[in-house]
Write a protein that binds this ligand. Structure first.
Ligand code: SF4
Ligand code: SF4
Length: 141
């Protein structure tokens, strides 16, 4: 059994389609949705664990891509460089999962990596570029 955690990004036009159900039915894959968010621009992001035979897994990923879905190995993570963070709060406005939030009363910005879906929206939103994408390993599709 081959299994990986993937980050899927659905374009606005595909958010309502049952793409993941087709993926399971047509490629005999098992999925476990770990996180799903529809962003303000209506782009959808889903983090899911996908399991099956290696052949079916690869064919399923190709199917997702053919549907316009961006597929990324979740072996990336987002880290904050605490030395660079000025606690300006800009990232909290774009973070869809609440991983970045303002703590009261001192108004510092905390980063809870366990809630991070690796959507990367905070990376360009951070003025001093404190938020970084880091590969956990080098396997990408
Ligand atoms: S946008 Fe960057 S500098 Fe501002 S609080 Fe977030 S991580 Fe810190
Ligand atoms: S990548 Fe940044 S914006 Fe996206 S969930 Fe993680 S902390 Fe929030």
């Amino acid at each position: 059994m081959y299994s990986k955690i993937l980050v899927l990004r659905f374009p606005q036009t595909e958010v309502q389609k049952p793409i993941v159900c087709c993926l399971a039915r047509n490629y005999d894959l098992v999925f476990n949705i770990l996180n799903a968010t529809v962003l303000p621009r209506k782009e959808g992001i889903m983090v899911l664990e996908l399991s099956g035979s290696r052949k079916n897994f690869n064919e399923g990923v190709q199917y997702l891509k053919s549907q316009g879905v961006s597929v990324q190995n979740a072996s990336q993570e987002v880290k904050r460089d605490n030395d660079k963070c000025t606690h300006c709060g800009a990232c909290t406005a774009v973070c869809p999962t609440g991983a970045l939030s303002v703590k009261r009363p001192d108004m510092t910005v905390s980063f809870d990596q366990g809630r991070c879906s690796v959507c990367e929206l905070c990376v360009p939103a951070c003025p001093p570029r404190a938020m970084k994408i880091r590969p956990i390993n080098n396997s990408f599709f």
